[in-house]
Design a protein around this ligand. Structure first.
Ligand SMILES: Cc1ncc(COP(=O)(O)O)c(C=O)c1O
Length: 405
């Protein structure tokens, strides 16, 4: 065998090519703009801390206490019993009765998603994912070698899923239906009739629902009911975390709850088996889960009120820009406007042009699975009203020039 040259680069796997996460990838473009001396306003990532919100002090105290009390070793792979108990009690209180043995604590919602998809889906299988989607789903499916079959959600109907499209895309290879409600990137909250229809559809197809409920407590009309509360016997696996509603995204403190149906027993065992391999999610932060779910939640009122103000500014200002329209978000801190692009231009052209001209960083719709020529892009509106106001001034000016070019 020929000796390898020390200059030959080490080969990477082909799966890396299929793994894309535009929310972070686009930061490389922003860094170039920053290097040229222009200040960048980051509206690409849903991190309330980066935008100036604070983690509630009683949660910080719980983690501090855990660290000082010496809880710095590995914890059980499914998580510490008291936090699993607190999550189970929270789900049960909200109408999805589960016992603590069906809860697994994870490194954020993200690891829950990855564990569940790895445990349920084989290479070549299909999973129904909404479009636009939170891109981790398509990225993990690409890593597994499975296929995301993207079902439409409709901007002309408040971004609700198109049920006929979901049905059309079901095949014998479909292994799960992903429902993100409240939704990132659209801010949609589904009415009960839609939720029941989705549960019914999955039930008839004999597939589980992967319910991403990380924004359930930051809906503007109050916490949304958990999907599993509508049908406690349905095959539903729910994911959430302290990242958004408890303002602690860096802690990677999350959980999944496997519905009580016996049909999910094997899935639970599979998830737990895979969770063993990564030993545990961060231990000290698990102590804050108990405190969060059993303690004072008054910070959520202030946070949700602040988000509503920002959502209103966002919608009023965007819809006043000629050539742009945006559906009003009902939860969280995302808006998905659409700009009517000149022929031949893409959403990425618009977003990169906006970045280079104004220093405003958003994420193009194709990063969430939207057709690039449709001109969608996502804004994170966590910044202060003053900052947002300046952003929308500059965006209006840029859009006027972009559309008249
Ligand atoms: C819909 C959705 N799911 C999951 C996540 C990941 O959250 P976590 O920090 O809990 O991993 C996010 C983060 O933005 C999200 O928007």
């Amino acid at each position: 065998m020929e000796p390898m040259s020390s200059t030959t680069s080490i080969r990477v796997s082909s799966r890396v090519g299929g793994f894309t996460y535009a929310i972070r990838n686009i930061v490389a473009e922003a860094k170039k703009v920053e290097a040229s001396g222009r200040r960048v306003r980051y509206l690409n990532i849903g991190d309330p801390i980066q935008a100036g919100f604070s983690t509630p002090p009683h949660l910080i105290a719980a983690v501090e206490r855990a660290l000082r009390d010496g809880h710095n070793g590995y914890v059980p792979s499914a998580g510490i019993p008291e936090a699993r108990q607190a999550v189970a009690a929270e789900y049960s209180r909200r109408g999805m009765p589960v016992t603590a043995d069906r809860i697994v604590l994870t490194s954020g919602t993200s690891e829950g998603i990855e564990l569940a998809l790895s445990a349920l889906v084989d290479a070549g299988d299909e999973v129904l994912v909404p479009t636009p989607t939170y891109p981790l789903y398509t990225a993990v499916l690409a890593k597994i070698g499975a296929r995301a079959t993207c079902y439409r959600t409709d901007p002309d109907r408040d971004w609700l899923p198109d049920l006929d499209d979901v049905k059309r895309r079901l095949t014998p290879a479909t292994r799960a239906l992903v429902v993100i409600d409240p939704n990132n990137p659209t801010g949609a909250v589904y009415p009960e009739s839609m939720r029941r229809a989705l549960i019914d559809l999955a039930d008839r197809a004999g597939i589980p629902i992967l319910a991403d409920e990380v924004y359930s407590d930051v809906a503007f009309a109050g916490p949304t009911p958990l999907l599993g509360s509508l049908a406690p016997e349905a095959a539903i696996i729910s994911f959430s975390s302290l990242s958004k509603a408890y303002l602690a995204p860096g802690w990677r403190a999350g959980w999944l709850a496997v519905g009580r149906s016996e049909r999910l027993d094997e899935a639970l065992a599979a998830i737990r088996k895979m969770a063993d391999g990564r030993l545990c999610s961060p231990g000290p932060m698990q102590y804050a889960i108990t405190t969060a779910l059993t303690g004072d939640r008054s910070h959520q009122h202030a946070f949700v009120a602040a988000l509503q103000t920002r959502a209103s500014i966002t919608i009023d200002r965007l819809n006043a820009i000629p050539g742009m329209r945006c559906v009003r978000p009902q939860a969280a801190f995302y808006a998905m406007p659409q700009v009517t692009l000149p022929r031949g231009r893409t959403d990425e052209d618009f977003v990169l042009g906006l970045l280079k001209t104004t220093g405003i960083l958003c994420v193009y719709g194709a990063g969430f699975g939207m057709p690039a020529e449709q001109g969608f892009f996502r804004i994170v509106f966590l910044a202060s009203p003053e900052v947002l106001s300046g952003v929308y001034d500059d965006m209006a000016e840029f859009t006027r020039t972009f559309l008249s070019a």
